[in-house]
Design a protein around this ligand. Structure first.
Ligand code: CP
Ligand code: NVA
Length: 334
């Protein structure tokens, strides 16, 4: 029988700091159990009669499908609401929409631009709200990343994750926080133009101290990745920042993940994995610019045995399910 911490009932996830370090790790462990449950062919009713609204202002493959199937697997239903389907922030304030949807749904997952918007939804909905990505944070992604790292190494504490790329984006921010909360040493390798917010780094440093983990920022990726167990990257141009494309491709070319950079870790093969939240530019078909063939990761790294990106993508579903189940499941359904 699956058990989880009752303290997680009704909880929101706007940023990973909404959970204690121990609670965050409990969610990862719950996701591992739910994955095994699904692998055993069990589609249960932990979320029977639960309805979840999925509000998406930005496009999505993984988050949308994970968020939808996670509830359906356990007997509930999801309603996808794109920004053109509802009045959110156009004919109706976010506050009013939150109050309406909170009367109809048991939970709301939101993907959009501003962190403030998901916070407003959370303030007024009266039901759990989960952040499925904003310009600032992508916390559900990092639960899946931590799960994937734990699956591969059997532990989290004491490992080293090197994020290489756009050092100030949503994934980099949340990954830094998640690593500090899990006791994972974190290095952000990024050009000086894309440094993470120094206040956030300072907050993360304090979180890491209590778990014996360090956070460092490097502009030289070859220096930063030394001893890393995980190299992690993301797209060079995040959704909503398309106007920056030309300058980003130039700035980030030296931060491409290729065999040379992997070699620079000096880490033995069986102690190293590559992660990417996806979608990824890794071959001709997906190259960001036909002229430059710009790729944040080369195909030989993306397709290597140490690349765990599709396990990571699958784990989005199990971790979102862990969030739903812990926040909404009716103990009587067990
Ligand atoms: N990693 C991730 O959030 O993917 P989607 O944009 O496809 O949801
Ligand atoms: N940083 C990326 C993540 C995509 C999942 C973006 O915001 O577009």
């Amino acid at each position: 029988m699956i058990k989880w911490n009752p303290e997680l009932y009704g909880r929101f996830l706007l940023s990973l700091t909404d959970f204690t370090d121990a609670e965050m790790l409990e969610l990862v462990d719950l996701a591992v159990e739910l994955k095994a449950r699904r692998r055993a062919g069990i589609r249960g009713d932990l979320l029977s009669r639960r309805n979840i609204a999925l509000i998406f202002e930005k496009s999505s493959t993984r988050t949308r499908t994970s968020a939808s199937i996670a509830v359906r697997d356990e007997g509930g239903a999801a309603e996808y609401l794109s920004k053109s389907d509802i009045h959110l922030g156009v004919k109706e304030s976010v506050k009013d929409t939150a109050r309406v949807l909170g009367r109809t749904f048991d939970g709301i997952l939101f993907r959009g631009f501003s962190q403030e918007r998901v916070e407003t939804l959370a303030k007024y909905a009266g039901v759990p709200v989960w952040n499925g990505l904003t310009d600032t944070f992508h916390p559900t992604q990092i639960l899946a990343d931590l799960m994937t790292i734990k699956e591969n190494f059997g532990k989290l504490k004491g490992l080293k994750v090197a994020y290489v790329g756009d050092g100030r984006n949503n994934v980099a921010n949340s990954l830094m926080i998640g690593c500090m909360k899990a006791g994972v040493n974190f290095v952000n390798c990024t050009p000086k133009e894309l440094l993470p917010d120094s206040e956030l780094v300072e907050k993360a440093r304090v979180m890491g101290e209590r778990n014996g983990a360090t956070v460092e920022v490097f502009t030289d990726p070859h220096e930063g990745v030394k001893g890393a167990n995980v190299i992690y990257t993301d797209v060079w141009v995040s959704m909503g920042e398309e106007s920056e494309k030309e300058s980003r491709l130039k700035l980030l070319q030296p931060y491409q993940i290729n065999r040379n950079l992997v070699k620079a870790t000096g880490t033995p093969d069986d102690e190293f994995i590559f992660l990417h939240c996806l979608p990824a530019f890794h071959d001709k078909e997906t190259a960001m610019s036909a002229e430059s063939g710009a790729l944040e990761v080369t195909d030989d790294v993306f397709e290597a045995p140490f690349s765990k990106v599709f396990d990571e993508a699958e784990n989005r579903m199990h971790t979102i399910k862990a969030l739903y189940v812990s926040a909404l499941a009716d103990g009587a359904a067990l």
